[in-house]
Design a protein around this ligand. Structure first.
Ligand code: ADP
Ligand code: GN1
Ligand code: MG
Length: 344
């Protein structure tokens, strides 16, 4: 790691340790006599085209006049990623001291702060010409394409894993209609540049002043629809627990958090929504929970090759957690509809 840090002009007495709860990249905190930093090794099994990410990041920083993003520290060659001799991609940014990430919403101000942060992010990307942004992972939130990946995983999965997951497989199949219902609304909505990973732990919040500080985890920024970003906020904020919770009695949809999210987001988001875009928000929470439930289950069937896991059935349990959340949204559908009508 010291060899890597030299390329960012970081002293060789620096101390590093693993940090955070991200599921994709390897994140380390680096402590030196001059300050703290976040060092990340990009997961190149997931991100096959790191140069596309670098190009998107350059654009984002160029347009970030309000300092919504965490300052990046360039390598001695003046670029964002340092490539080591093994071909691994590393980047360094400042460690933000006065703000933290939450794994779930515990207090009202956190929803408000996160909703405002991601709305500000979309206001920023609205200024970027859409053609300049590169596609990092094609069909990332495309339900039908994720469905095909799931069916391929079903064909190659071990009998044992298929048997253990049989109930989840059945329940996922029963929810496929959510994709079918949302599909037309999505197709008729304007294509934006979206964050695509607006989960609660991808925003740094200042707990003292109760406001957001920065939006982080920009690797998946690319073309997308408003419902993707709004939906992942619903999925991770309106859930009374987080996606790793195994006690399902603790996993349910919270309408009061949903309302706070609508309020905070609509206060800041500056674009007027089209009718279809507005309707798509009604389904967005279930849609994104189904996408994640499906992706976690697919990864379980594929023997956990994509997400970080810490025990054998973690991906299956994450999928079951998302299924429980979808069931719990169902009974609030008419309240959700009214709130979307009111705030947007
Ligand atoms: P991943 O793609 O693996 O989710 P993230 O970029 O989200 O990686 O980083 C993982 C975690 O590290 C975040 O959830 C956050 O807690 C912490 N983190 C990331 N960047 C910073 C930063 N600049 N300052 C403080 N904490 C950070
Ligand atoms: C991954 O990187 P992280 O942990 O913020 C994933 C998201 C999922 C999320 C589920 C590139 O996000 O799509 O929503 O896990 N990122 C990628 O927690 O696949
Ligand atoms: Mg993250």
């Amino acid at each position: 790691m010291k060899d890597v840090l030299v390329n960012f002009r970081i002293e060789d007495t620096a101390k590093c340790r693993l940090y955070g709860e991200g599921l994709i990249n390897d994140t380390y905190i680096v402590v030196t006599t001059k300050g703290k930093y976040i060092l990340q090794k990009l997961n190149t099994n997931v991100f096959l085209d790191p140069e596309a990410i670098a190009s998107n990041l350059e654009l984002l920083y160029q347009y970030d006049t309000n300092k919504l993003l965490v300052p990046v520290i360039r390598s001695v060659n003046g670029v964002i990623f340092h490539i080591d001799e093994k071909g691994d991609y590393w980047r360094l940014s400042l460690f933000i001291e006065e703000a933290i990430t939450f794994q779930k919403i515990e207090e009202r101000y956190q929803v408000d702060a996160a909703a405002r942060a991601f709305a500000s992010f979309l206001n920023l990307t609205a200024l970027i010409p859409e053609k300049k942004i590169k596609t990092v992972i094609p069909d990332f939130h495309n339900g039908l394409s994720r469905w095909n990946q799931f069916e391929r995983a079903l064909e190659s999965a071990s009998i044992k894993r298929k048997e253990i997951a049989s109930d989840a497989i059945k329940r996922i199949k029963n929810n496929k209609y959510i994709f079918e219902e949302a599909n037309e609304l999505i197709q008729n909505s304007p294509l934006l540049i979206t964050h695509n990973d607006t989960k609660i732990n991808n925003v740094l919040i200042d707990p003292l002043n109760k406001v957001y500080k920065n939006v982080i985890d920009l690797d998946t920024v690319m073309q997308g629809y408003l419902m993707y970003d709004f939906g992942d906020m619903v999925r991770t904020m309106a859930n009374s627990s987080n996606e790793n919770e195994q006690d399902l009695t603790k996993v349910y949809f919270r309408i009061e958090v949903f309302e706070q999210l609508c309020k905070g987001f609509s206060d800041v988001y500056s674009k007027k929504l089209t009718n279809d875009e507005k309707s798509s928000l009604i389904y967005s929470g279930s849609y994104m929970a189904l996408i994640m439930g499906l992706r976690f289950l697919t990864d379980y069937l594929n023997n956990d090759i994509y997400y970080h896991t810490s025990y054998e059935q973690e991906n299956l349990n994450r999928s079951i957690n998302q299924l429980k959340f979808i069931d719990s949204i169902f009974s609030s559908n008419s309240a959700i509809k009214k709130l979307v009508e009111f705030y947007f």
